[in-house]
Design a protein around this ligand. Structure first.
Ligand SMILES: [Zn+2]
Length: 372
């Protein structure tokens, strides 16, 4: 009798507990799928200066191939207006992406009240992660400057170059040697950076492996457009930068890569120049995404600081562009929202329509870093 009663009680207890348990288990599965903890060690942040949606679509039409950036599993859109202007310049546009602050057109790494603010590069470095920039313009030009320097004006490129000596940046690849060596103040910043442990090259080394600090200034001024550039491609610069940052990696790295001359092609209303710059940039995206596929803690975010040229794709007879004419409506920047393509760890955070300053917040969130 006693045994029978125990069995009956056990049966009732099981009836009461089982549904709750299986419910809990099911709930657990769901929450795991939604809230799977994301560990982002490495961030490769790629900026096509002046690259709107039409520029990316023009690349697809001109090559007849799916651009690497179009294979992104997550796509978003961002507004690009600055603190002072509906239509931003690259100084303020890059500052919004680099620091999360909208600022005055022309400013570099400063809030609108002229206070220097930390960039993603500064914050990653403070956390002990390695950092770098790789571009196809002078490294003191607006976009790379936004990540490395602080200045009231993008025009002060000699002052901006001096900030590279103070910056925690580990890898710098681009042009602009003259701002480092032919200076009004007589300083030789290349010598100073060598004293700080940088290996210096005037041409891109074959591999970045083993370099702790690497400074590559390939040209006295801006590197040539992609079609005429014989010393490096942005894809090679991206690979070398990743090799240098990753080979001494314990906590991770932050790398900013810029396709700098997409913007200049837009200003020139030159569609051939534009396509060649887009090819150069998209191949670099391919290198970054291939790295992310092999290294699970890597996030790749591809976006723009603004659109340039007011490009539209209209009817036209043009052999190269398969019946579509690339029509520029402006020789300046436009205010249209620009695309965001995200790959890898934490990418899901980048869907939707949001502000350019949110990119900074989202990158810090997935990399578990504090902005202050
Ligand atoms: Zn521009």
């Amino acid at each position: 009798m006693k045994t029978k009663l125990s069995f009956a009680l056990l049966f009732l207890a099981l009836m009461a507990v089982l549904p709750a348990q299986s419910q809990r288990r099911a709930k657990g599965v769901v929450s795991q799928a939604v809230e799977k903890p994301v560990v982002v060690n490495n961030v490769i942040f790629m900026i096509g200066d002046g690259m709107g949606l039409a520029q990316a679509h023009a690349l697809q039409l001109a090559t007849g191939e799916m651009p690497a950036m179009f294979k992104a599993p997550v796509i978003g859109l961002i507004s690009t207006d600055s603190y002072t202007h509906k239509i931003t310049d690259s100084g303020a546009g890059g500052t919004a992406l680099a620091t999360g602050y909208k600022t005055r057109n022309g400013m570099i790494g400063m809030g609108p009240d002229s206070t220097a603010v930390p960039s993603l590069l500064d914050i990653f470095a403070r956390d002990g992660r390695r950092t770098g920039v790789a571009v196809t313009c002078d490294v003191t030009h607006a976009t790379p400057a936004d990540f490395v320097a602080k200045n009231i004006s993008r025009k002060n490129e000699q002052e901006i170059a001096a900030d590279f000596v103070k910056s925690p940046v580990d890898v710098v690849i681009g042009g602009g040697l003259y701002n480092f060596t032919r200076r009004k103040d007589g300083r030789n910043l290349v010598s100073e950076m060598k004293d700080n442990g940088f290996a210096f090259f005037e041409s891109l080394p074959k591999s970045g492996k083993g370099f702790n600090k690497l400074l590559v200034l390939t040209d006295t001024a801006h590197p040539a457009p992609a079609a005429k550039r014989t010393n490096y491609t942005l894809a090679e610069a991206t690979r070398v930068a990743i090799e240098a940052l990753d080979s001494r990696n314990d906590k991770g790295f932050f790398l900013m890569v810029e396709g700098s001359q997409i913007d200049w092609a837009g200003h020139n209303n030159d569609s051939t120049y534009l396509i060649n710059e887009m090819i150069d940039f998209d191949k670099a995206v391919g290198v970054a995404v291939a790295f992310a596929e092999k290294n699970p803690g890597t996030l790749v975010v591809v976006t723009a600081d603004h659109e340039t040229g007011g490009l539209t794709l209209i009817h036209g007879q043009n052999k190269r562009n398969k019946g579509v004419k690339f029509h520029f409506s402006s020789d300046d920047h436009s205010g249209v929202i620009v695309p965001v393509y995200a790959f890898g760890a934490g990418a899901s955070q980048f869907s939707g329509v949001y502000d350019n300053t949110d990119i900074f917040k989202k990158i810090l969130k997935v990399a578990a870093l504090d902005p202050k």
